[in-house]
Design a protein around this ligand. Structure first.
Ligand SMILES: Cc1cc2nc3c(=O)[nH]c(=O)nc-3n(C[C@H](O)[C@H](O)[C@H](O)COP(=O)(O)OP(=O)(O)OC[C@H]3O[C@@H](n4cnc5c(N)ncnc54)[C@H](O)[C@@H]3O)c2cc1C
Length: 577
């Protein structure tokens, strides 16, 4: 899309080729714009590498502040791993991410995503676990309804559930504000470091020593031990397990896995609900389509099939990018939505980065450990034990993980490079929540698979892909026997496919494992958590930055604000030549 930007001292007019006219008054806006002369590289205020949801979010905020902004995406569609793709004629699937649980309310409202077609409906039940004995346990959104459901398993556990829920929600509220701001750069040798420490301290005003102890044990303890301590019934423990350790390295007894309990209670969705889980109408791609439309309306230019080969650096400053086809594009700032390893180890020259920084980046734990298998069926899956009165929405979400021990064993097998015989499979019959995804008579079943290795001990993923698909089908058949005979199309995405197709280094869905030593002021690496990088004018705006992975929009929004702070201080406004 062509864009013409006219900046004046105190207000901006942006005319897009579709003649959308956006008039904004930016009191502190500065001269910006794309100035292209014959044979000279195109120039922008900001270039974003990657059109994942975070890259699109960052772009929209930058354009909203009046910056001429270009997004470059290597694939032929925008969205990264937040996409809806056709896997059989007329059958559309959220091929990678599939549930919107933490999309930030600020992003939804500030970028007016609803005006651009975004609609979500709450998953209710939020989780549902079918057990091998044919008992299906739904976790209803309404807490009293959930308590009653759980009291059928254990009256004691149902009472404990309410106490634990209160405790977790309270603790999660202390962490919530950190989500939408840069982490502190802890450095007691600078005033800035002390200011940051003070900022953190203020967030915990009123916290008791008992709550501090609880927070520390959630950050460092294991999910399994927490559940064993609080609940007597294995089914109750499996309910909590089904809601946690997604995409993470580590079985439920690994230290640091309890943090997922708090992570999932950060609020999300339009109405800022704690623990919100949503089905997105039109699939997850509706989120990124809405972000792209919002961005375009604000003046963002988006180019697909435009892989960036390198980020150009001169005198310690990012000056633009070079595409695979040799095209040079200049910018006053570059934001990378690619993961940290891809950004710093593939798109930059090692000589431009400090050795200790590169050493830290090489050490970021990635390596899978998940896969996705998507199906088109000609019959709706019939999970044994589902009530005959269940509505389509209540027949949508099934997590197949019967116990903590099962999950722990599964991780142990995967961590030694083998594909577990018995897999943990999260099933969403998304066409039950949204019948626009498939023509009448066809059904969409999308399955997240945990745990599988990135690096196989024997063979390779190109040889083992269908074996993985077969094991997933076998597991589902134990709970929904009609599925194997109903499959008309199947797409298996191994960790290697996630890397090749979606650009995720080692297939890691979060651009780096969500483990304590890779979170908060240590994400992506210690010393560089505030979206800036050792290269002036280069920022990281994807899930590899704080607060991490998941479809949240938080790293994109936070990074854009950080870049704008620097821009307003005049740090980036010298010519992009
Ligand atoms: C299988 C799977 C299931 C998941 N399930 C869920 C879920 O249900 N709910 C949830 O909240 N999260 C889920 N996630 C995690 C979530 O989708 C991601 O953490 C999040 O989408 C990352 O967004 P991002 O914008 O930071 O990066 P990405 O979506 O990875 O986008 C980065 C973009 O950069 C592009 N790129 C990379 N290199 C270049 C280059 N050189 N030139 C140009 N472009 C480049 C890539 O092609 C990509 O489009 C899942 C992820 C996967 C893979």
């Amino acid at each position: 899309m062509k864009q013409y930007t006219r900046s004046t001292f105190c207000f901006n007019f942006i005319f897009t080729a579709e003649c959308d006219t956006v008039i904004r008054f930016e009191l502190d806006s500065v001269t910006s714009g794309q100035q292209t002369t014959a044979n000279s590289p195109s120039r922008y205020d900001a270039i974003i590498v990657g059109a994942g949801h975070n890259g699109l979010t960052a772009a929209a905020y930058l354009a909203r502040a009046g910056l001429s902004t270009l997004v470059l995406e290597r694939r032929d569609i925008v969205g990264g791993c937040c996409v809806t793709e056709e896997i059989a004629p007329g059958c559309r699937v959220s091929t990678t991410s599939y549930i919107a649980s933490m999309l930030r309310p600020e992003v939804i409202s500030e970028l007016r995503l609803a005006d651009h077609g975004l609609r979500m409906i709450p998953c209710d039940p939020a989780i549902q676990v079918p057990f091998p004995d044919g008992h299906v346990v739904p976790w209803w959104v309404d807490r009293e309804r959930a308590r009653q459901e759980f009291s059928r398993i254990s009256a004691k556990d149902a009472a404990r559930f309410v106490q634990v829920d209160d405790q977790l929600k309270k603790l999660a509220r202390y962490l919530q504000p950190f989500f939408m701001e840069p982490p502190p750069e802890i450095d007691t040798c600078t005033i800035r470091g002390w200011t940051d420490l003070f900022r953190v301290g203020k967030r915990f005003r009123g916290i008791s020593s008992a709550e501090i102890a609880q927070l520390v044990s959630f950050l460092t303890g294991s999910l399994g031990e927490f559940l064993d301590h609080n609940y007597e019934s294995d089914k109750m423990k499996a309910m909590f397990l089904a809601n946690n350790v997604y995409g993470k390295h580590g079985g439920p007894y690994q230290p640091g896995t309890a943090i997922g309990l708090l992570f999932h209670l950060l609020s999300g969705g339009e109405h800022e609900l704690q623990g919100f889980y949503g089905h997105v109408i039109g699939g997850m791609g509706s989120i990124t389509q809405a972000l792209a439309a919002a961005g375009r309306k604000l003046g963002v230019e988006i180019r697909t099939s435009a892989p960036v080969a390198s980020i150009e650096v001169r005198s310690g400053r990012a000056r633009g990018v070079v595409l695979d086809d040799g095209t040079e594009l200049r910018a006053r700032m570059v934001l990378s939505n690619a993961d940290p390893k891809r950004t710093f180890l593939k798109m930059l020259d090692a000589k431009d980065l400090p050795e200790d920084f590169l050493f830290a980046v090489r050490g970021i734990k990635m390596a899978g450990p998940c896969a996705k298998v998507n199906f088109v069926l000609d019959e709706e899956p019939r999970f044994t034990g589902t009530s005959s009165h269940a509505t389509p929405l209540e027949r949508t979400f099934y997590t197949l993980v019967p116990s903590l021990e099962f999950a722990e064993r599964c991780y142990d097998i995967a961590k030694f490079g083998n594909i577990p015989e018995e897999l943990w499979v999260d099933c969403v019959v998304s066409s039950n929540a949204d019948d626009s995804l498939a023509p009448a008579g066809k059904h969409i079943l999308t399955c997240f698979v945990q745990y599988v290795p990135y690096q196989l001990r024997e063979g390779n993923w190109d040889e083992e892909r269908e074996l993985l698909g077969d094991r997933v089908v076998k597991k589902i058949a134990e709970y929904a026997p009609n599925v194997p005979g109903a499959i008309v199309a199947r797409q298996v995405l191994t960790p290697l496919d996630l890397e090749r197709t979606y650009g995720l280094t080692e297939g890691n869905i979060f651009h780096g494992d969500l483990r304590l030593e890779q979170l908060f002021f240590m994400r992506p690496v210690p010393g560089w958590s505030q979206y800036r990088t050792p290269i002036g004018g280069l920022y990281l705006c994807g899930a590899g930055a704080h607060p991490g992975g998941g479809v949240t929009g938080a790293p994109g929004r936070n990074a854009a604000h950080q870049a704008l702070r620097d821009w307003k201080k005049g740090r980036l406004q010298e010519s992009a030549a």
